[in-house]
Design a protein around this ligand. Structure first.
Ligand code: AMP
Ligand code: MG
Length: 333
């Protein structure tokens, strides 16, 4: 990090949350403002989410400056989630970022959303060189750093674990997002229903599990299904994370992404780590969910090694994989 203090305004806008965060180069969080779109029914509709975010952004920006008590001239850069994510939402965030950076005449830095989840976990969760279990609405990956990139060692072959929980919950008549509802009901049962368990090396597959658990909704108690769904899906995740730790000989696990809020998943990861003498790291629940703080912090890291995103290169990248984003601020192999 540079000696002169920098302040970054980070803009998160990949799916359901417009997040504006302000962080200084020491990692102090100055502001964390969020506006979250909740569909009235069904899942997230990308255009509807973007329509919710655009008119909220001016007031959210004013609130962010007010909370940080930082005058606009102290902002040294603006970072934004350039991908991966839903096109209309990404474009809304990118438009706001371009406008603020041009108005303040400060550099613009495009950030990979998954890298930001990892970096916020390293900075605020105290991890250094972990195997990362990244679990969210749209992603399920086992990641670790090697030679300039975060490499993917395992991932879902079909749907993400957050999507599994949300889709099951929707079919069962629970509100969106389904993950917290499934967790709440899971604590009311200890009855394990036999469900498909699909691990292939360091990859997982959830579509068969979803089909089966949905088919049982009319016949089984919802609490039992929520409990069994969590136990089965999370056991698969813990198994592949442990396999990656053994394979890479790393003794630290970092759990990040929206599903990392889940108390049972945290408990299972912590138990696996303690049994193999490894350490388990995660961040407080509000930093697991999408937020502007993680984008601001990653923007500062990127700028510290000279990365900038000039306007002509600032188009959004809805399919930008984590293993295609350079992370030149990390050293070693
Ligand atoms: P993200 O995609 O990172 O914004 O995270 C959103 C996802 O996290 C959604 O799929 C939510 O259902 C899921 N989620 C949030 N809280 C919980 C929880 N307590 N347990 C399981 N999943 C959760
Ligand atoms: Mg996310």
């Amino acid at each position: 990090m540079p000696k002169v203090e920098q302040v970054c305004l980070g803009i998160e806008c990949t799916a359901h949350t417009l997040g504006l965060g302000m962080v200084d180069s020491g990692g102090k969080v100055l502001a964390d403002v969020r506006r979250t779109y909740k569909p009235e029914s069904g899942g997230i509709h990308p255009r509807e989410s973007a329509r919710f975010m655009a008119p909220s952004s001016a007031q959210a920006l004013a609130e962010c400056f007010e909370e940080a008590k930082v005058p606009p001239r102290r902002i040294s850069l603006v970072s934004f989630s350039q991908g991966p994510g839903l096109g209309p939402c990404l474009r809304t965030g990118a438009t706001l970022a371009r406008a603020v950076s041009a108005y303040l005449a400060v550099p613009l830095v495009g950030v990979n959303h998954c890298v930001a989840h990892i970096e916020v976990g390293r900075r605020y969760g105290g991890a250094s060189d972990p195997v990362v279990l990244y679990v969210s609405g749209g992603s399920t990956q086992v990641i670790s750093y090697a030679a300039g990139f975060y490499r993917v060692f395992g991932e879902t072959e079909d749907i993400a674990v957050g999507n599994l929980l949300d889709t099951f919950a929707r079919e069962a008549g629970l509100p969106f997002p389904g993950g917290p509802e499934v967790e709440r009901l899971s604590y009311c049962s200890k009855e394990l229903v036999d469900l498909p368990y699909s691990v292939k090396g360091m990859n997982v597959s959830f579509s068969g599990l979803l089909t089966r658990v949905k088919s049982l909704i009319p016949n089984r108690k919802l609490e039992d299904l929520c409990y069994s769904l969590q136990e089965t899906a999370f056991s698969m995740l813990v198994e592949v994370a442990e396999r990656a730790m053994a394979f890479l000989r790393k003794d630290e696990l970092l759990l990040v992404g929206g599903v990392a809020v889940n108390g049972r998943l945290r408990e299972m990861c912590a138990k696996m780590c303690s049994e193999r003498g490894a350490s388990f790291k995660t961040v407080e629940p509000k930093l697991c969910l999408d937020n502007g703080v993680m984008i601001a912090w990653t923007g500062l890291l990127a700028k510290s090694v000279g990365y900038e995103t000039p306007l002509p290169s600032s188009q959004v990248k809805p399919k930008w994989r984590v293993d295609k984003a350079r992370v030149g601020w990390r050293k070693g192999t």
